[in-house]
Design a binder for this molecule. Structure first.
Ligand code: ADP
Ligand code: MG
Length: 604
């Protein structure tokens, strides 16, 4: 088999997208001991990916060797395979990338060499190394990726998804190696920049803080660069090891308020490698159980260290999967440590549903309305059962229309019966009396519905009603949010936010939608941005942004409400076009009929 073909086959395995190229080049730079790395990306990596480092460099005589398959300087005997501490060990990445790229140029110089050495490949072929000029270190420039493989080019996801994957790879590299500097320049902007010698500004007086936050710890700074400084400040530090000391853990557990509806902010590493391990991810999720609702995923950076022989990283060519010798120990260590950190910082965390009510939350998911509450109240029936707008149930969110268009939507919605407020349950449900019996209203879902409909109404008017802020808020965007800024800005404006960019990574917010005037503006915009940037499927969908705004602009679960507030919430709910379901399609209220109650007391 000709070497190029073999390399292209290997390339297919290792280099399936631009982000895989970046990952391999970054790993090589870290392996070479680089302290400062700069990445340049053009056109989502298809046109150009360049990585410059200040590492050890490659001796001129070894440069051609670096492009031979299975040539690696990091493995001297087979026994080494189990004791690996460096990233690379297959000697496959450079030849694979050279085979996949239109051209690849590597320029390198060791500290003691008089000059640099350069080698260039065109469609996998090279004329050999040449002398060149460069400071000690290595630069690899990959141009026109997959030029020789039109089929693979066609398979690439859209530029937006590729950029997200590139930033993800760079972000993971920063979180795994927070003691090194890394700067990513993407089409002339700098969405990610991390310097370990910086320090986060101390918190303002009214910010949430907990003890033990080392604002200059490299990992926290890395999290500030990858996510945002506020979330990084709020996160709880993690540090622990297993009883026998075999597994060491460090990292950050995000405050519950920094959770998202996707797993994007959950980053797991084993021995410095990002891993995609469902069991470990589940351990984190479980630890947050009392703090987050279903469908919310925490921000967490978890880094496990195990002896090299206790892990098999060789399961997948891209090394995203791991096999731990003792997964149970890792699982329980992870869960215990995060749980303890959260419990310690409990006062700083917003109050969340306890276990039993969360369970109830799941039980009355819209598709199974005929369920018993765990408390044993007998059969409860969702009032919404027959009335729930089924278009809203099937799609995740209701389509955005002011005038009902489909026959399904034109079907008249049964109005709410008049409800009398009795009180509040678990700071989560409004207890009310209706004509048929007891009614429990989910305060968050109901308010979400109200705000959602107001937003849609306002957006449909000539100009969305905005509530100016007394002082504008400056927000640092997550790296991925900054990259998707343009689409995001459009959607924010149509919702009634007045926001404009203020430099590469900062957003200045001057007004929020009037429908959410009672909300904490910063929290609102954060939540909406998070939702918008995690929305990979259909970025243009306005209703999704509206639902996110409604969600973050509403009364929360766990919030105590006075009688008057509850009553006015119920009145507003009565005025809604579809009062029976929240924008996500869950029922806003359930009914426990008087008959059921009487039966329970043996009176019927
Ligand atoms: P591996 O990393 O598995 O050894 P690669 O194909 O990624 O294989 O790299 C081949 C060799 O090229 C490495 O073993 C290393 O000696 C050298 N090399 C690659 N990139 C760099 C770099 N940025 N700095 C120093 N040496 C490098
Ligand atoms: Mg390598």
């Amino acid at each position: 088999m000709p070497e190029l073909v073999a390399a292209q086959i290997a390339a297919g395995e290792v280099i399936e997208r631009p982000a895989a190229v970046l990952k391999e080049l970054l790993e090589n730079a870290f392996d070479a001991g680089a302290q400062r790395i700069t990445v340049e990306i053009e056109r989502a990596g298809r046109e150009r990916i360049a990585v410059h480092d200040d590492g050890a460099g490659i001796p001129a005589a070894d440069v051609p060797l670096a492009f031979h398959r299975h040539a690696t300087s990091k493995l001297t005997s087979v026994d080494d395979l189990s004791a690996l501490v460096s990233y690379g060990f297959r000697g496959e990445a450079l030849p694979a990338i050279a085979a996949a790229a239109g051209s690849l140029r590597l320029t390198t110089r060791t500290a003691d060499a008089a000059a640099a050495c350069e080698i260039e490949f065109e469609l996998g072929r090279s004329g050999g190394p040449q002398p060149a000029a460069r400071a000690p270190g290595t630069s690899v420039e990959v141009i026109d990726l997959f030029a020789g493989q039109p089929a693979r080019r066609a398979f690439l996801a859209g530029a937006r998804a590729e950029r997200a994957a590139l930033l993800r790879a760079a972000g993971d590299a920063v979180l795994a190696n927070p003691d090194r500097s890394l700067r990513v320049v993407l089409d002339g902007r700098t969405p990610l920049e991390h310097t370990p010698s910086d320090a986060l500004q101390p918190l303002e007086a009214n910010d949430e803080i907990h003890d033990g936050a080392h604002l200059d710890a490299p990992l926290r700074l890395a999290a500030a660069a990858v996510f945002n400084p506020d979330a990084a400040r709020r996160a709880f530090g993690l540090e622990a090891h297993s009883a026998r000391g075999e597994i060491a853990l460090d990292g950050l557990a995000g405050a519950p308020q920094d959770a998202r509806r996707t797993r994007d902010r959950l980053r797991l590493f084993v021995n410095g490698r990002p891993v995609n391990d469902r069991r470990l991810a589940f351990a984190v999720q479980e630890a947050y159980r009392d703090w987050l609702g279903s469908g919310e995923f925490p921000l967490a950076v978890v880094r496990l260290r195990v002896p090299p022989d206790a892990v098999d990283v060789n399961v997948h060519p891209a090394k995203a999967e791991v096999k731990l010798r003792d997964p149970d120990a890792a699982f329980s260590l992870l869960q215990r440590t995060i749980r303890a950190a959260l419990a310690e910082g409990r006062s700083a965390a917003p109050l969340r549903l306890g276990r039993s009510t969360r369970h109830a939350d799941l039980e009355y998911a819209a598709d199974q309305p005929q369920q018993a509450l765990p408390g044993g109240l007998g059969r409860t029936r969702a009032v919404a059962e027959a009335a729930v707008d089924h278009t809203a149930l099937e799609t995740d969110h209701e389509p955005f229309t002011s005038e009902p268009s489909s026959p399904e939507q034109r079907r008249p919605q049964p109005a709410l019966p008049p409800l009398r407020t009795i009180g509040q349950l678990h700071r989560t449900f409004i207890i009310a009396e209706g004509p048929a019996g007891l009614v429990l209203v989910d305060q968050h879902g109901a308010h979400e519905r109200i705000v959602y409909e107001r937003l849609l109404q306002a957006a449909n008017a000539t100009s969305a009603a905005a509530q100016p802020l007394l002082t504008p808020i400056l927000l640092t965007l997550d790296a991925d949010e900054a990259v998707h800024w343009n689409t995001t800005a459009e959607q924010l404006r149509s919702l009634g936010f007045d926001a404009e960019p203020f430099g590469d990574r900062v957003l200045r917010l001057r007004a929020i939608p009037a429908a959410c005037s009672a909300a904490d503006a910063e929290r609102l915009i954060r939540g909406v941005l998070a939702e918008l940037s995690s929305d990979r499927g259909d970025p243009e969908r306005f209703d999704r942004a509206a639902a996110a705004t409604a969600c973050h602009g509403s009364v929360r679960r766990g919030q105590a409400l006075d009688q008057a507030t509850m009553a006015s919430l119920l009145r507003d709910l009565e005025r809604c076009r579809n009062p029976h379901a929240c924008p996500h399609g869950r029922p806003t209220l359930i009914e426990i009929s008087s008959d059921d109650v009487l039966r329970k007391f043996g009176r019927k």
